[in-house]
Design a protein around this ligand. Structure first.
Ligand SMILES: Nc1ncnc2c1ncn2[C@@H]1O[C@H](COP(=O)(O)OP(=O)(O)OP(=O)(O)O)[C@@H](O)[C@H]1O
Ligand SMILES: Nc1ncnc2c1ncn2[C@@H]1O[C@H](COP(=O)(O)OP(=O)(O)OP(=O)(O)O)[C@@H](O)[C@H]1O
Ligand SMILES: [Mg+2]
Ligand SMILES: [Mg+2]
Lengths: 227, 227
């Protein structure tokens, strides 16, 4: 599904160079459940933004379904992002003046789903993250963990073939975290691909493979032995 | 230091009532290190905002140093907030177009500290959270955990007599979390008061007392036995 070779992301700040990613080689197959760990600033969110087609690398190759992403046109990319990929951002990125329900409906608007079906599916997904009674609240009227769950619901609502989740349980107590992780397991069992950034080993344990980053490179890549 | 009686915070949404805090009774002495835990939405951030004088209760009494906070004038409150209290917000609340260094200097500006001393103390505090090499970056040029550490540095820079930290390690890997917690322990050993919201038991273990909230009320209040 995903093939990265010598991937780099370099920021130039005055006369200094910040190497957010410094040569990443990585293959991820369809249907895998991968956890990405590593210290603060090691490049995890940068990697996620590149895989999610929200950013472009400075150099290197990124193949998605054997197609070089840098040669795709904007329509193909937009289509990918809106129909194939669900993204839970580290900073949620909810629309501030919009209710939780409308925030969750947004990917279905892009997918051209009818209004009635959109409402029904968004309500159902909010129920799955235990926020049915907060549907009309705007983000500023929600707790930190509630906002995080709205971001998770928005990423799940269109049953994405690839879910990218950047620290989706950072603001959640352990019970609520388990609820979210069982939703992800369910999605994975449906054959979908999940890439999840976390620094909690208990959360990484749900994945079948753990990749550790350090200073913008892959430091280790461990697959769980089956059974 | 802090005395709360029958404290309530109620939001009216249409014909519904949301009881964010529903009758909190609590005493916290000067120099205590208190952890506040509880499920997502149980009222932790609401309680922190009230204690930090950033919000006002719907009803009930809040005494700070034996003075009723609701009867203080705006000057007294501003003085408290800027000189006595350091606050690490769950959503960081950094100034977006301002460098990390200038964000950390801000409390010292309010405290009337000279420019040279401000710069020196802000640099020193950024060093203590291992971000000396990110001083000139704006928040959008920092990772999630780096932004969180800038928020921690800003809260610590004026050596506050009361530190309020709302999930200060939610975006940090375990090693970086330990670095932050040892800074807090240091502050506590200097005689300062710390109130910390977390849902990680390992982090709560640094405190000498753990209060659990449920549905806007205190569910349990446990002091560690000394020694
Ligand atoms: N402005 C508001 N209007 C309506 N309801 C609100 C508002 N702000 C907060 N709430 C509600 O008050 C309750 C408590 O919120 P609070 O932010 O204190 O929770 P919390 O314990 O900090 O949760 P978390 O662990 O998720 O951060 C939540 O159910 C939330 O939906
Ligand atoms: N726009 C930018 N300009 C300059 N440097 C940047 C920019 N964005 C990110 N960086 C730097 O790139 C590095 C990697 O950032 P990234 O957000 O990928 O880290 P991360 O592994 O997600 O960290 P965390 O666990 O703290 O979220 C960091 O050192 C950060 O300071
Ligand atoms: Mg990150
Ligand atoms: Mg909160």
């Amino acid at each position: 599904l995903i093939s990265l070779r010598a991937l780099r992301k370099i920021y130039i700040m005055g006369d200094q160079e910040v190497r957010a990613l410094d040569g990443v080689d990585l293959d991820i197959q369809k249907g895998e459940f991968v956890a990405i760990m590593g210290p603060s600033g090691s490049g995890k969110s940068t990697l996620m933004n590149l895989i999610g087609c929200l950013d472009t690398p400075t150099s290197g190759s990124f193949l998605l379904n054997n197609q070089e992403v840098s040669s795709m046109d904007e329509n193909e990319l937009a289509d990918l992002r809106n129909r194939e990929i669900g993204f839970v951002f580290q900073t949620f990125n909810l629309l501030p003046r919009t209710s939780a329900l409308q925030n969750v409906e947004l990917p279905l608007v892009y997918a051209g789903v009818s209004r009635q079906e959109r409402r029904h599916r968004a309500e159902e997904t909010l129920e799955r993250v235990q926020l049915a009674d907060r549907a009309t609240h705007a983000p500023s009227e929600l707790s930190g963990g509630q906002r995080q769950r709205v971001a998770v619901a928005r990423a799940l609502v269109n049953n994405p073939s690839m879910l990218l989740a950047d620290e989706p349980t950072g603001n959640l107590d352990s019970k609520t975290s388990l609820d979210i992780m069982s939703l992800f397991s369910e999605l994975h069992q449906g054959g979908n691909t999940i890439i999840l950034v976390t620094h909690e080993p208990d959360i990484a344990a749900y994945a079948t493979r753990t990749i550790k980053l350090l200073d913008g490179r892959v430091q280790s890549d461990v697959r769980k032995s089956p059974g």
